[in-house]
Write a protein that binds this ligand. Structure first.
Ligand code: NAD
Length: 483
């Protein structure tokens, strides 16, 4: 790999994301030589840390995520880290930050390249972007910015944030990160769809009955109650991860694998996304809140959650496109907290066919994303010792050794930022469309709340969410495949 000269500035350098994901991923890229001699990282946050203390934290983060490491490598890597105590609202601090970045640029021959990473509470993103612009923090080489989720709270705030960021950065230099796009099985959707005649040829409304996406979380809101109560499952999971998955499943085949072509295919599809009316929201969406158990709180009793909260910890819904290979096919999705297990999976349900054997299941194609990585297709065959049809799974699975080689999503995506590959990041026009959909659902719910007739199903924890979600299907022969 080519050594990329750069000064990286991480806003939120003492935070959880930086510690658990960014520092270990950067170390792996360092070991592979992508960033090596000509790079430095400035971690900024409010706490009064020293350079040395940040280096200890970086070293701890690596030890916590790696079984075996060469201590000299860790030390050499950590020596590239610098700490700048910083309050995002204080102008003076940006002036100091600029000076430090310039000094390090000279010391490490970073060629004026700057990479800014917003790893802080989203309410600060706009302020940071504005100060980067006003205090001219950008360098004379490339200037890229990585923006964590959520990008806005609704379309209006997303547009405002985008305006603040584009004051200093071109669209091509803005990397709106969604770590789901770095996951192995999500990256497998395109090759699976476009290289297998068996799959490619049935990818249409003629053969596919419906598609189902489940992003199930085992845990409740834990310490994030205050933040979560202003967000909810729809904004937290559907606006980004679920819509990214839907887009990959429904988009037309790109003309090649370049970032531009992939985004072009996505944008072509998203023009035909059907935005639901309030009546459709009422009919096709279910929202829920988890109840308590002997050992856990009900959502409304969680710390920092409004006891009269109407925020959903579960949502199930339906969407469709009017163009693309699966135009008209219903795509059902659901996500929520306190499911029976943590699981991310996609089920593609094929239509039944008439056959001389009578009753037989159709085929399903299932992509398991988390916690396991596998694809399986259900296949019918004959029973051995009695008449009739049995169903078995044909499974595409990774060995333990292969799984151990799969890089973390953050490592992949950071690599892409360094080599300037935007394929697996969200383009503004895609994000805008996702917000239009989410806003339509949120507005409909808000009106129901105001009219005092909000239907928020209360569901038992550690099962499959509210039973009302079984009623969103278009026909009585459809049901959730993963139960
Ligand atoms: P965190 O609360 O652990 O860290 C926030 C950081 O911001 C800390 O370094 C803190 O010191 C700093 N900070 C807070 N107020 C400040 C101020 N006024 N001035 C300067 N610094 C200040 O948050 P996190 O979990 O690391 O999340 C950061 C971002 O990453 C969020 O946008 C989140 O949605 C996103 N994200 C996090 C994870 C994760 O696993 N933690 C996963 C996906 C996305």
């Amino acid at each position: 790999m080519k050594n990329i000269p750069v000064i990286m500035i991480i806003f939120g350098g003492s935070g959880d994301l930086a510690h658990r994901k960014l520092y270990p991923s950067l170390f792996n890229l360092y070991e592979q030589g992508l960033i090596h001699d000509n790079f430095a990282v400035i971690g900024t946050a409010r706490r009064p840390w020293s350079h040395e203390y940040l280096r200890e934290q970086v070293s701890d983060a690596i030890h916590e995520t790696h079984d075996q490491v060469d201590e000299n490598e860790v030390k050499a890597f950590a020596s590239h880290f610098y700490y700048q105590s910083h309050d995002v609202t204080n102008v003076e601090h940006y002036v100091t930050l600029k000076k430090l970045a310039q000094e390090l640029d000279d010391r490490y021959s970073a060629q004026g390249n700057r990479l800014f990473y917003m790893a802080m509470a989203p309410r600060f993103f706009g302020t940071i972007a504005t100060h980067i612009n006003d205090q001219h923090l950008t360098g004379s080489g490339f200037n890229r910015i990585v923006v964590e989720k959520p990008f806005g709270h609704d379309l209006t705030s997303a547009e405002q944030l985008n305006k603040e960021i584009t004051a200093s950065f071109d669209e091509n230099d803005i990397f709106r990160i969604d770590h789901y796009l770095g996951k192995e099985m999500i990256q497998n959707i395109m090759p699976m769809r476009f290289t297998n005649p068996l799959i490619k040829n049935i990818w249409s409304g003629e053969y596919i009955k419906n598609i189902q996406i489940t992003l199930a979380e085992r845990l409740g809101v834990e310490a994030r109650g205050g933040y979560y109560d202003t967000s909810g499952a729809l904004r937290d999971m559907v606006q980004n991860h679920i819509f990214q998955i839907i887009t990959l499943l429904a988009m037309p085949e790109p003309k090649d694998l370049s970032s531009d072509s992939v985004h072009q295919a996505k944008q072509e599809l998203l023009k035909s996304l059907i935005i639901p009316t309030p009546e459709e929201v009422k009919k096709n969406f279910v929202r829920g809140q988890y109840l308590g158990s002997d050992t856990t709180f009900a959502y409304k009793k969680e710390p920092n959650v409004d006891p009269d909260s109407t925020t959903e910890t579960y949502v199930a819904g339906k969407t469709k496109f009017t163009s693309g290979p699966i135009a008209g096919v219903p795509i059902y999705f659901r996500t929520g907290k306190e499911f029976k297990e943590k699981k991310t999976r996609i089920d593609i349900v094929l239509k039944h066919i008439n056959n001389p054997y009578g009753q037989a299941h159709s085929n399903n194609i299932t992509i398991e994303v988390d916690p396991e990585s596998k694809i399986y297709i259900t296949v019918n065959g004959k029973k051995i010792d009695e008449p009739g049809i049995r169903r078995e799974d044909l499974t595409y699975v990774f060995s333990k050794e292969e799984m151990a080689k799969v890089p973390d999503g953050y490592e992949r995506l950071l690599h892409d930022v360094f080599v300037n590959d935007s394929t697996n990041f969200t383009h503004w026009s895609e994000l805008k469309r996702y917000w239009e959909f989410i806003d339509a659902v949120e507005d409909a719910w808000q009106k129901e709340n105001e009219a005092g007739n909000s239907e928020i199903a209360q569901y038992l924890p550690y099962r499959m969410g509210p039973k009302e979600a079984d009623n969103i299907f278009e026909s009585p022969t459809e049901h959730w495949i993963y139960e």
